[in-house]
Design a protein around this ligand. Structure first.
Ligand code: SAM
Length: 287
């Protein structure tokens, strides 16, 4: 395939039929890519979450398009209608901000389009998770994006138990009103981990703060955060680097609970491997 045959490549020709996934700015309109503006200007229709939000974006680039409201809860008929449209013409998919499908609608539409054998292309552009990660100073070699941090205590504890031992930076979306309680939950379960809060990315009041969950909770209690937020938790620190006496921690826990529970508790607290701790707990228990 030659380069010009790639759908969305601007060679002066009308856009080929198919689905074009178009990432849009997360705050700063200057982050609209040239290719995104080109595809949005030349497509035949735009599937979007909110026609007013997308109407404004199109107005900004001087385009006026047929808008079709779409989210993943849309009816089969709406999806079939869009599939029919993209078989004949170029349909762009956008969300209100950032990359569609990333905590935003589009997954079902893309799956259905693939199943129907329709051409699909994805235009890279802003996504808050990646912008935050690159800004945070936390390790970027391995990261795990896990969508919105849960709102309820039990679900927060569950997600930290599930992902806490993964050797990667954890990236979550969060909202201002929930940030302090989210940090409180992290402080209770993994107090030693480096945490980063990135707020209002690409906008006038952009900020990124890194510290322990407890220090960040203190800061945001004193300065209630406004705007959109990405919450990141650095990878578990090796026990030696944390200066933890593992045997002492296990013995203290085993004085109150079974070895398996003691191992699980120490693993969760320090972000360590539960199986290895259980094996050590059994060694400590045997005479
Ligand atoms: N699809 C989008 C993306 O690729 O970034 C994310 C959509 S999700 C519905 C919205 C969440 O993304 C917000 O609640 C916030 O957590 C995060 N977010 C979006 N824009 C942001 C920004 N400018 N600064 C910080 N976080 C942002």
């Amino acid at each position: 395939m030659t380069e010009n045959a790639v759908p969305g490549q601007h060679d002066g020709a009308p856009l080929a039929p198919g689905l074009y996934i178009v990432a849009t700015p997360i705050g700063n309109l200057g982050d609209m890519t040239i290719r995104a503006a080109d595809v949005l200007s030349r497509c035949d229709a735009v599937a979007c979450e909110d026609t007013r939000v997308t109407g404004k974006l199109l107005h900004h680039i001087g385009a006026k398009k047929r808008l079709v409201r779409y989210d993943d809860h849309a009816s089969e008929e709406t999806r079939d209608f869009l599939l029919g449209l993209m078989a004949q013409s170029a349909v762009a998919l956008v969300s209100d901000a950032g990359t569609p499908l990333i905590s935003d609608p589009g997954y079902r539409l893309v799956r259905a389009a693939r199943e129907a054998g329709l051409p699909i292309t994805s235009l890279p552009g802003p996504s808050a998770a990646v912008v935050a990660l690159t800004l945070s100073g936390l390790p970027t070699d391995r990261f795990l994006f896990a969508g919105f941090f849960p709102a309820k205590d039990k679900a927060r504890a569950d997600v930290l138990a599930e992902l806490g031992a993964v050797a990667a930076t954890l990236v979550f979306y969060e909202t201002g009103p929930r940030l302090v309680s989210a940090l409180g939950a992290i402080a209770a379960i993994c107090p030693e981990r480096e945490v980063s809060v990135a707020r209002e990315l690409t906008k006038k009041f952009e900020e990124c703060r890194t510290g322990t969950a407890a220090t960040l909770a203190d800061h945001y209690t004193a300065h209630p955060p406004k705007g959109e937020i990405v919450l990141m938790i650095g990878p578990p620190v090796a026990a030696a680097a944390q200066d933890i006496d593992i045997d002492a921690a296990l013995r203290a826990e085993m004085a109150q609970r079974k070895p398996s529970q003691a191992a699980a508790h120490v693993a969760k607290t320090h972000g360590l491997d539960r199986k290895a701790l259980y094996a050590r707990a059994m060694e400590l228990k045997s005479p």
